[in-house]
Design a protein around this ligand. Structure first.
Ligand code: SAH
Length: 307
């Protein structure tokens, strides 16, 4: 983010006026390893999420932050129809490759992957076939939404993006969007090591820097360090990863910045867009919020009213 006080590692390539923090490929290259093995994407998460979508009769799912495709792939394997979009072609490249590799499976053959930015999501998807009335579920997971910067201090970008998501959800359908527990991060100045989605053995350190502008928490920057040297001892896995030797020697670092959504403020903005009558369930690490103290992630499930 170049017009802010703090610089992200990648100055990025403007995607509709927004920097793509993943454009230098430093995160994309090792993302598969950051999130851990695909099957290892905690089974608790796979079960919780598939069940949530089934309980709400969801079939057609739009993943608006598909990245390398991890959630989308999981849902395809669970039998859902998935359309996936992301603003970063560096990340999409990995999803496209996976679709190609698994194209003989009809579920993957039908998988649609497109570039789209949340700020222009509706326009970017114009002309694409979509289910009548909209998608049963729009999902934006893995702490992705927090990537939208808030330079205005008024969450203008966030409202535009949520309005676009709202437009894509069918009446009675749901938006599932998550964010890290920034209340806890801002209180402690650190990021909890536990991660309900990912369980990578390669992460060695995550440094957290918090930026306040005029007393307002404006940006949280995470510096990720990964040691992937053990991959060198696993020739098959190393070959499959398409990583270069220098990627697995020494420490691999990448930096990502986030707007720190605090629970109360974020809940308020979502309710502004979906309406205060919208059914809005909040989970902490997949558990009803009242059953968990200090979760690492909050997951919001918001239903678009039918009238
Ligand atoms: N859901 C995936 C990806 C998480 S990484 C996972 O859990 O692994 C966050 C993703 O959000 C990146 O791929 C990034 O390109 C995407 N992203 C960030 N800002 C975006 C925007 N404005 N529009 C669309 N995608 C965006």
């Amino acid at each position: 983010m170049v017009d802010s006080v703090y610089r992200t590692r990648s100055l990025g390539i403007g995607a509709e006026g927004l920097p793509d923090q993943y454009a230098d490929g430093a995160a994309a290259r090792v993302w598969e390893f950051y999130i851990g093995c695909k099957q290892g994407r905690t089974s608790a998460y796979r079960e919780w999420f598939s069940q949530l979508l089934r309980n709400r009769n969801c079939r057609n799912v739009l993943d608006v932050a598909c990245g390398t495709g991890i959630d989308s792939i999981m849902l395809l394997e669970e039998g859902f129809n998935v359309i996936s979009t992301d603003a970063s072609d560096k990340m999409l490249k990995y999803a496209l490759k996976e679709r190609w590799n698994r194209r003989k499976d009809s579920q993957f053959d039908a998988w649609v992957i497109e570039e789209a930015n949340w700020l222009t999501q509706v326009d970017d998807m114009e002309g694409m076939e979509k289910p009548a009335g909209g998608y049963d579920a729009v999902i934006c997971l893995g702490n992705s939404f927090a990537h939208l910067p808030d330079f205005s201090g008024k969450l203008i970008n966030q409202r535009v993006a949520l309005e676009n998501f709202y437009a894509m959800v069918k009446p009675g359908g749901i938006l599932v969007v998550d964010h890290r527990n920034y209340d806890a991060i801002l209180n402690s100045g650190t990021v909890p090591a536990k991660n309900v989605y990912y369980n990578s053995e390669f992460i060695t350190d995550m440094k957290c820097s918090n930026l306040y502008v005029n007393g307002r928490a404006t940006m949280v920057t995470l510096d990720y360090s990964m040691d992937m040297s053990s991959l060198a001892d696993k020739p098959e896995e190393f070959a499959r990863s398409k990583l270069k030797k220098e990627d697995v020697t020494g420490t691999h670092k990448f930096r990502l910045s986030y707007y720190p959504h605090q629970l109360k403020e974020f809940t308020g903005v979502v309710q502004e867009i979906f309406g205060s009558d919208a059914k809005h369930d909040i989970y902490g690490d997949f558990m009803p919020i009242e059953e968990v103290s200090n979760p690492a992630y909050y997951i919001h499930v918001v239903q678009k009213p039918t009238s």
